[in-house]
Design a protein around this ligand. Structure first.
Ligand code: NAP
Length: 408
């Protein structure tokens, strides 16, 4: 773990990120295909910075260990030193990690989210021309999903059918006049005001910073009034009380503005989750930023990614108030490990998200344009090649080189 002396740490002042020109960036290579895609992504990200900033900016890569590589050398899946470095340097990028079996760790990704309170899972979803998709107008999809990461049914509070805890809980629910069938497994779905508000706040701030036209709350409040319904109410409260100058609700557009959106305002709306699935298929162009609870967001993220061509090129980030971890959203695909075969797009695009977060948008733009050009030239990895006619099959490293060539 070395970093050159002149490179510096990211810091925060009054809630705003300060990124030094030469920034120290911890990275987790990842398991399975992780080393292949991380190598390719680093090469593309470094090249973009070199071309755009001509030596003024630079990433000082600092490897930190997690997953199998960490276990093999330290006997810990998630060493304390890795956690210390991420806490110290604030931003990290990671490849996919194997979920260790029988280690007592549910998932390393979940562990990282919990340890650093990374409460927003952020997933941008946009189509690249030429990527085969199952939908007719994938070009209309331009979304960023903010999914609450710490609550809801994923908070992990559940009890095995027949266990002492489940039996006790069922008896207690009976006292509350709620009848649960004997022998049921029982899970708890907590949704708090604090958790909901900070997630919606982050989504609105993102919409403001990136000049997005709307924020939509997605919930199942018609059925689960005190969890999903409360999420929606708290969301409107944040919009009304904290962002009144920037936000306009659909109701106000109808009742106060004669059906016309006042200039420069972000439209704030809500949709019931089941309706949202069909809306996103039929009229995706009407949605931009989505803020939602954990389980809704889980389904929506992958469904939307499928609409634009699948998970192979879908990036993501888990973000807290200061710490953020950018990552490939797919898994380790172990059968392809070290074959220099898989698509590094997801990892490269998570780097693009990270550059946007740094305020290095010129580098992001250059990479996005180069990826689009490379795909249009039909120079792609196996996952896209098998669905395209007349495409040139490239290895992971060759795809990275083709992108770099298109940046020059
Ligand atoms: P997976 O690794 O995502 O692989 C499923 C399939 O997706 C692959 O067989 C491959 O499809 C395709 N795929 C994945 N990565 C690709 C890439 N870069 N380029 C092109 N195609 C790609 O899912 P899994 O097999 O269910 O999980 C394997 C391991 O990863 C498990 O240990 C799981 O826990 C872990 N995991 C980690 C993360 C994470 O760290 N964020 C996320 C999910 C899963 P084809 O077979 O059709 O070629």
């Amino acid at each position: 773990m070395t970093a050159t002396t002149e490179a510096q740490k990211i810091s925060f002042k009054d809630g705003k990120i300060i990124v030094p020109n030469k920034v120290i960036l911890p990275f987790i290579e990842g398991d399975g295909t992780g080393p292949d895609i991380t190598r390719a992504a680093r090469k593309v990200l470094d090249a973009a910075i070199r071309i755009v900033y001509k030596g003024e900016k630079e990433i000082n890569w600092l490897e930190v260990l997690a997953g199998e590589k960490a276990y093999n050398s330290t006997k810990s899946w998630l060493p304390a030193e890795t956690l210390e470095k991420i806490r110290e340097y604030k931003v990290a990028i990671k490849g996919p990690l194997t979920t260790p079996t029988g280690s007592g760790i549910r998932s390393l990704n979940v562990a990282l989210r919990q340890i650093f309170d990374l409460y927003a899972c952020v997933r941008p979803i946009k189509h690249f021309e030429g990527v085969p998709t199952p939908t007719k107008h994938p070009e209309l999809v331009d979304l960023v999903i903010f999914r609450e990461n710490t609550e809801d049914v994923y908070s992990g509070i559940e009890f095995k059918p027949g266990s002492d805890e489940a039996v006790k809980l069922i008896a207690f629910l009976k006292e509350l006049k709620q009848d649960v069938r004997e022998g049921s497994g029982v899970g708890i779905k907590p949704i708090s005001e604090f958790g909901s508000k900070r997630l919606v706040r982050k989504a609105i701030e993102y919409a403001m910073k990136n000049k997005k036209p709307s924020v939509t709350l997605v919930h199942k409040g018609n059925i689960m009034k005190y969890t999903e319904g409360a999420f929606c109410e708290w969301g409107y409260e944040v919009a009304d009380k904290e962002f009144p100058d920037y936000i306009v609700t659909e109701k106000d557009i109808r009742e106060k503005y004669n059906g016309k959106i006042p200039e420069g305002k972000i439209v704030f709306k809500d949709r019931i989750a089941d309706n949202m699935f069909q809306q996103l298929l039929i009229r995706p162009g009407e949605y931009s930023i989505i803020a939602t609870t954990n389980l809704n967001g889980d389904y929506l993220s992958d469904a939307c990614a499928a609409q634009v061509g699948g998970l192979g090129i879908a990036p993501g980030a888990n973000m807290g108030d200061e710490i953020a971890i950018f990552e490939a959203t797919h898994g380790t695909a172990p059968k392809y490990a070290n074959l220099d075969k898989v698509n590094p797009g997801s990892m490269i695009l998570s780097g693009v998200m990270m550059f946007d977060y740094f305020g290095w948008e010129k580098a992001s733009q250059l990479i996005l344009e180069a990826i689009a050009k490379t795909i249009k030239q039909k120079k792609v990895t196996y996952d896209l090649e098998r669905q395209m006619t007349g495409a040139m099959l490239l290895k992971t490293s060759e795809f990275a080189d083709a992108i770099i060539e298109n940046m020059k």
